[in-house]
Design a protein around this ligand. Sequence first.
Ligand SMILES: [Zn+2]
Length: 331
Amino acid sequence: MESVPVLLLDGGFSNELNKRCSYNVDKESLWTAKALMTDAKAVTETHLEYLKAGADIIETATYQATTRGLQESLGLSPIECEELIANSVKLAENAVSQYKSLQDDNFFSRQDKVKPAKLPIIAGSIGPYGVYLHDGSEYSGKYMDKVTEEDIIDMHSKRLEVLINSNVDILAIETMPSLSEVEMILRFLQSRSVNAKVWVSFNLQENDPSRTAYGDYVTDAFQTVSKYSNVLGFGTNCINPKNVGPFLKLVSQAKAEAKSDIKLIVYPNVGKTWIPGQGWSEEDVPLIETYAKEWLELGANIIGGCCQVGPDEIRKLRDIVDDWNNLRGKI
Ligand SMILES: [Zn+2]
């Protein structure tokens, strides 16, 4: 049996940031990353909101913060871009210290019980190459047919280096459509002898959660990625929550067969449809928390939310995770 408690990740950053930001996040080509320059206070407040909701792990607002994107959209110098990315970690750290100052002694005794995890954890968000193109191709990975490994690494390397040097606890290589892009990033880290801890999370096909958005089998992706000793987590994000169970069945089996101790991490979106030019659909969908117990039973070690999942849902997931950990004597 796993001896480490299940941890809770935060929810979608853009939806929560949008409530306190000076611009419309969904209409901005840099999405949440522009706020690192224009709305630093709102970034910290958004992190704090998720910490108050009970998140053990928060992610920096760097999903779309590539140095190339920041230079082109904000007219910054390379050094200024690096400073902005480094500052994203400071903004998350500020939220953690504000949050800790709000806690009572009970909080810290609970923290002691969940050691060795240092909580809250700050994860540096790394979105896929395709987000830079602003054409939705990050959801298909089609750009992988056209770009070279050099292009991919050129896009990712500086942000990776800056986040590592800023001492994030782990890198979240997330919403990745294709295994080959992930391998390029992992090889790059290896080539630099950087033993940075990472989790890798894929976006999946809507109609076939056994495949990444680009078409790789998730079991192949698990086998490939789990060979890298610095990969601590493997999972999926920004998919419909109904597809998380089928994904976990496949990956839990692959994990058992490989006798791997990689943590399985799942953080789907709210389950609505993104309509380009319009936003999220208004349809009624089952609440994310109705799925959560099934995910835990299927072996999820870290759960949370992606787009349109907010603090209210994270608070409900907190209760479910606490019940689960309590029953198993983990807290
Ligand atoms: Zn998302």
